[in-house]
Design a protein around this ligand. Structure first.
Ligand code: FE2
Length: 431
């Protein structure tokens, strides 16, 4: 048997060690110890973690890398960010949006991201960003799966033309129905928007991903309507609620009824830890709420939970580096998710869970699947999160599309080692 690529002695996210992964014609043909075969290229993993690619299931690629246009967000607040985006929108050009998005995709690939779900603002009668990101989607397809969400940033009902523009965007090939019910004028209009958007998705056979209850107001309960509509229309497994930050502040008794409803409906939860911890709790004095939704309780109920990056260097968030391990690390801290299994689940929340939400059915390191994976400078998922480990090799369809040298630092200390490898500090006990 002749292979195109053979990865030797890898550890997999499920804990299996000493695994070889054989690849031919862009597909994984074997995952087992000691594969004896010639290969066009051999990667010695040396016991390091080989993971399926990172998936960022919540992003805004029409705004990314626009930080500074037309001016910087001086206060760092959500409100100034929204105002800035409004100032920038009329000046967007197709070419500039495409160029920034392509540059971001370069960074994402270098960081081991293989799939991104990006919301795209449809509250612009020109649908300029929609056309630009559809263009980008086609151009990056060889190396990145880009899924687009029609997102009425200024409100499905509240923004004139948004309802028609959303349908036009879907007609042009945008994949997923988006919304922002908590931003509508009233709770009633928010709930009505959830119903309308779910009906559009049902009629078109599409997925749903709403910015839902991204507020500290515990009375923002659109997730309840989203779950109920998912049940009514039989959309289970195709619907996600993004942010859900109001759940952080809700009454526990109400949540004890809400979470089983979300589970029954088959609605997934997407938190955005970097943004949630930064934006929520801004009206608080002390103590300040964290704002991230109730990931431990949602996960315990069997609800698929994933984490998104949301923003990188845009009007709302001036930081970010496309590093889904930074996202997972923030979730560990914000969500008190430091148990061993909880930390492993945080790794899954930036890999297999978002892949499931996006419907990437060819995902994972197993025979027959597409040969997409990332070799990390870490021994296991917990160490990967701890170190925000270097991506040593990024493989797409069996081809190495990004490579980096291990992070090593030379030391000049008498009597101490000549070199420090950050991944050489293992725990003194394993589980
Ligand atoms: Fe968002």
């Amino acid at each position: 048997m002749s292979l195109d690529l053979l990865v030797r002695n890898a550890t997999l996210p499920d804990g299996r060690t000493g695994q070889d992964v054989g690849v031919r014609d862009g597909r994984i043909v074997g995952v087992e110890p000691g594969i004896a075969a010639e290969a066009g290229r051999v990667i010695e993993a040396g016991g390091r973690l080989l993971s399926p690619p990172f998936c960022d299931v919540h992003f805004h690629m029409d705004a990314t890398l626009s930080l500074g246009l037309p001016r910087l967000n001086r206060s760092g607040t959500l409100l100034e960010g929204i105002a800035l985006w409004g100032e920038l929108k009329p000046h967007l050009t197709h070419e500039a949006v495409v160029e920034r998005a392509l540059r971001y995709c370069d960074l994402a690939v270098a960081q081991g991201i293989g799939a991104i779900r990006s919301h795209v603002d449809v509250c612009d009668d020109r649908l300029l960003a929609v056309d630009a990101l559809l263009d980008v989607k086609a151009r990056v397809a060889p190396y990145l799966d880009l899924q687009l969400v029609a997102f009425p940033q200024d409100g499905y009902y509240r923004s004139p033309g948004a309802a028609a523009n959303l349908e036009r965007a879907l007609d042009r090939g945008v994949d997923v129905v988006g919304g922002i019910p908590h931003f509508e004028r009233t709770m009633a209009e928010g709930a009505a928007s959830v119903r309308a958007l779910c009906e559009i998705a049902a009629a078109r056979g599409l997925r749903v991903d709403l910015h839902c209850d991204e507020t500290d107001d515990p009375n923002s309960r659109h997730i309840e309507t989203l779950a109920a509509e998912t049940l009514r229309l039989g959309l289970g497994g195709r619907v996600a609620g993004s942010h859900l930050t109001s759940m952080h502040s809700m009454d526990n008794y109400y949540v004890s009824k809400l979470i089983p409803l979300i589970a029954e409906a088959g609605v997934a939860a997407i938190a955005n830890p970097l943004i949630n911890i930064l934006i929520q709790g801004r009206h608080d004095t002390y103590p300040k709420r964290r704002g991230m939704t109730r990931i431990p309780e949602l996960a315990a109920a069997g609800i698929t939970c994933a984490f998104g990056h949301d923003c990188v260097m845009d009007p709302w968030y001036s930081l970010g580096s496309g590093d889904m391990l930074e996202v997972a690390a923030m979730a560990v801290h914000v969500g008190h998710l430091s148990g061993r299994d909880a930390m492993r689940a945080c790794f899954e929340a930036v890999t297999s869970a978002p892949a499931a939400i996006m419907g990437l059915d060819d995902y994972g390191i197993a025979p027959g699947r597409r040969a997409d994976f990332v070799l990390l400078q870490a021994a296991d998922p917990i160490e990967a999160i701890r170190l925000k480990a270097a991506r040593l090799a990024v493989v797409r369809r069996g081809r190495v599309i990004a490579e980096a040298a291990p992070r090593l630092t030379r030391l000049a200390l008498a009597g101490r080692p000549a070199e420090v490898d950050p991944a050489a500090y293992a725990p003194l006990a394993t589980d």
